[in-house]
Design a protein around this ligand. Sequence first.
Ligand code: NQM
Length: 310
Amino acid sequence: MNKPVSGDFTKTPGWLDWYAQPSQPRFKLPAGAVDAHCHVFGPGAEFPYAPERKYTPCDASKAQLFALRDHLGFDKNVIVQATCHGADNRALVDALKASGGKAKGVATVRRSISDAEIQELHDAGVRGVRFNFVKRLVDFTPKDELLEIANRIKAWGWHVVIYFEAVDLPELWDFFTALPTTVVVDHMGRPDVRKPVDGSEFALFLDFMRQHPNVWSKVSCPERLSVNGPPALHGEQNAYHDVVPFARRVVELFPDRVLWGTDWPHPNLKNHMPDDGLLVDFIPHIAPTAELQQKLLVDNPTRLYWSDEK
Ligand SMILES: O=C(O)/C=C(\CC(=O)C(=O)O)C(=O)O
């Protein structure tokens, strides 16, 4: 893979570039495996970062993403619009079109989007919109605007991806449960893994999934959630072990409603950049059987993103 560059933009100070020489995973992904959460950034010279962005990343192009996909042994990608591109989905659409059907997308849209523009995104491979509630990443969008968008995109069979912090779930519960589509939670709602897996905060998240069969979860981003697990570097085969009980609980309770993704190129990490090959080796710790792995990596993402092509 090529080395990361910063393009025409100045990266946020302290920015960590994606890992340029990922190892070959020891875990062999099942045929048809989908990396269901990853991003493309720019390149900024071609697809400028949004003026309202809260961070400026290093470029992470579609070619670099597809090279990583092939290196790790994934078959397909779900590319999620990152906040550094705002609601300008051009880099995402460009990557989807170049993927030859091997990538679907999750876009960010505003209420001003026309039906024709939604149809264009759909034709490119977009199958969802993302609502982000993480305060360091976005300014607040009124809930009535989001609900209006959700009600419109439902007609295309799309779903809503939500990103929030665990402490904010009680306040957001009524809004989330009013959404009329399948709802996919990013990174298990970012649990605080210093708290017990059987504690009240994570119990609320599990109740959210239990009570609402339209809610799915990505069991991704141990590198973001871990507090004292060793990082996925230098051949470490037991990385982020403090996250394992949380992700494994979700996989075992809701095996038909979980997704996994690398989160490449890992925006906003502060203390290390994981080796993506070792991140793949994390998967069997949270989905220990071949049956769970098949659902997590193949059956669930294929059903959610590629069902209209079967
Ligand atoms: O990549 C992720 O899922 C997480 C992000 C970045 C992000 O979501 C975005 O910029 O849209 C984060 O926690 O900083």
